[in-house]
Write a protein that binds this ligand. Sequence first.
Ligand code: T5A
Ligand code: NA
Length: 212
Amino acid sequence: MAARRGALIALEGVDRAGKSTQCRRLVDALREDGHRAELLRFPDRTTEIGQLISSYLGREKNLEDHTIHLLFSANRWEHVPMMKEKLHQGVTVVVDRYAFSGVAFTSAKGNFCLDWCKQPDVGLPKPDLILFLELSPEEAAERGNFGNERYETSSFQEKVLQSFYCLMEDKTLNWKTVNASKSIEDLHREIKSIAEKTMQEVQNKPLGGLWT
Ligand code: T5A
Ligand code: NA
């Protein structure tokens, strides 16, 4: 009998919503319970493409808007063979941001249609669950000043949030919105319980392709 597959779980949300904190907590807790789980973050700044992205975000390098969009997507595709292998081996893969950030941030720049933004990511492994950490840009700003990276302004984050809401209208995807203004601990418990339910449900379902 083929091994049961792992779940692909994406955490999304505006900057400062607590995605990285919750991704780490989730993977640690799943492992403590004896599950096999791994964490991936996008952008993964450690690859050559990721280093280009990182220097763009840090304003050391300027890249044309379409170009940087495609690089963010390429940074996901370069991990796909490994992600598929893990999932099919029964490992649950938790991703800190995914294609939805890619689309939401580029489309927030204006003069980009949602459809163009989605195309490069069509066919990526489809998340079994997308947890959207909902936090108003005002509350996000209270969690420490925005840094100096590109996109870290309240007006841009408001546009990003609107783009996320458009993406959530796609009912072929399993979006679950959680209120990210709760304490780290309460949010963790809620996320863990939703994730465990998804892990149970996907065991005998084939892995899908995103936006296909
Ligand atoms: N991007 C990304 C694109 O444009 N296209 C793409 O395709 C992708 C994938 C970098 C940028 O790239 C853009 C989006 C981003 O602008 P990043 O490296 O993921 O993306 O960004 P980071 O700056 O690392 O992360 P964020 O700012 O998004 O923060 P997180 O991960 O949401 O939040 P976290 O966990 O680091 O927490 C932030 C602070 O809040 C506190 C934490 O301790 C921390 O100080 N905190 C809480 N405080 C109170 N209550 C809670 N519940 C809290 N949870 C966390
Ligand atoms: Na983060």
